[in-house]
Design a protein around this ligand. Structure first.
Ligand SMILES: [Zn+2]
Length: 144
């Protein structure tokens, strides 16, 4: 029950121990690259600090994550697993938001060589066809 005598759902009672400035300090110190753990939004003014166990009094570093309002709401609605948030959060700290195209480009060199060889062979074949056509046309015009 709250001060007015209303029945309050259990999770809201935990808000009593909330210390959001401390949660921000701990989250910022633990996760210096500040972005939404789900989408990577880096607009710090838009970010919120989420308590992953939904206990607002628990400011353990592993219980905190920067999330944008959209993904905070979706996390609180149970649409993301806590393991996923933690995994993505660690990923953002490692990548610092810089995309790595190395895996996507790993076969780019050999593929480009194959394409160049195929194009050169096609050009040579077209030139040969044109030469044969010109030659047979020339033979046909001299014999007629
Ligand atoms: Zn987001």
């Amino acid at each position: 029950m709250d001060l007015l005598g209303h029945d309050v759902p259990a999770p809201l009672l935990k808000v009593r121990g909330r210390n959001q400035p401390e949660a921000w300090r701990i989250a910022d110190r633990t996760y210096p690259f500040r972005c939404c753990a789900v989408c990577g939004l880096q607009m710090v003014a838009c970010l919120q600090v989420a308590h992953l166990d939904h206990d607002a009094a628990n400011n353990e570093p592993s219980n905190l994550a920067h999330l944008c309002p959209t993904h905070h709401g979706m996390y609180d609605a149970g649409l993301y697993p806590v393991e996923g948030i933690r995994l993505l959060q660690a990923h953002w700290q490692i990548t610092q938001g810089v995309a790595n195209h190395a895996l996507r480009m790993k076969d780019a060199g050999p593929k480009a060589v194959r394409t160049r060889k195929r194009n050169a062979a096609a050009r040579k074949a077209a030139a040969t066809r044109h030469q044969k056509a010109a030659r047979s046309q020339a033979e046909g015009s001299t014999s007629a």
